[in-house]
Design a protein around this ligand. Sequence first.
Ligand SMILES: Cc1cc2nc3c(=O)[nH]c(=O)nc-3n(C[C@H](O)[C@H](O)[C@H](O)COP(=O)(O)O)c2cc1C
Length: 280
Amino acid sequence: MAREPAKTLRDHFAYRFGEAPPAHDPSGDDGTLSYLARRRTHRKYSERPVPPALIETLAAAALCAPTKSDLQQRDIVIVRNPSLRDGIDALFPEDKWIAAAPAFLVFCGNNRRQRQLHEWRRRPFANDHLDAFFNAAVDAAIVLGTFIIAAERAGLGCCAISAVRDHASRISDLLGLPDHVFPVAGLTLGWPAGEGTVALRLPLAVTVHEDRFSEAGLRRRIDAYDLRRADLQPYARQRHTEEYGTTTPYGWSEDKARQYSKPQRADFGAFVRSKGFRLD
Ligand SMILES: Cc1cc2nc3c(=O)[nH]c(=O)nc-3n(C[C@H](O)[C@H](O)[C@H](O)COP(=O)(O)O)c2cc1C
């Protein structure tokens, strides 16, 4: 029987975005680009534990990521204590797969160390404004993304959990986070049980701009993306049908508009302020 030809990087991008970038060099790919083109979040894991030393190694790799001004304003909390883990899992009664994940971590922004340096070095901290929070949040997000890539390349599966911010105060108490340290996202980690799904992305013409930001053809392209998703990856269920009914086709834009038609984490700003940030 004839073998199916192996998929190229162009094929993977074409599936992901509905179009491949016009210029690319698959021959120069050492596997990184192909992996990124096919990567996916995993929410189902086997029971096989993840060795603690592997998690620490991945944390070390992730913390090699670039960091704004070398400030290093991000930390990782590896949740090991079973009763602490139970306390975190209990916050997500609807998402039982979180409790089933062999490992859980929390990625935090940390602007506290910087402030400590000012105290120790007796220098004024002259940047107590929004950027102090924003830089730490961005650094934490970069480390989160890098950890995910490192873990997936090691054969693990993960899912970032921004839902920890639905319970920011509680998570902060459970982890003993002091002032100016805040959770950005949790992460479930384990050996994948199953293939997972490559999630389709918006067309590159929508999200990659040349020279100047452009929304040319935006509505038309999103309509087409909606149809492509409804066709290839239909949503298992529609959100808030009691209020909005069901629509056909039900695409990405309808799902996201329904999702954000309900308030979510409206208290997060108050939490961040309670951690000592000014946000002006
Ligand atoms: C910062 C961040 C937070 C996320 N939070 C959650 C979450 O709370 N729950 C969840 O099920 N997935 C969460 N995800 C996973 C996204 O839903 C997922 O990345 C997205 O659907 C695209 O799928 P893919 O990663 O397989 O391409 C999060 C992802 C990121 C990057």
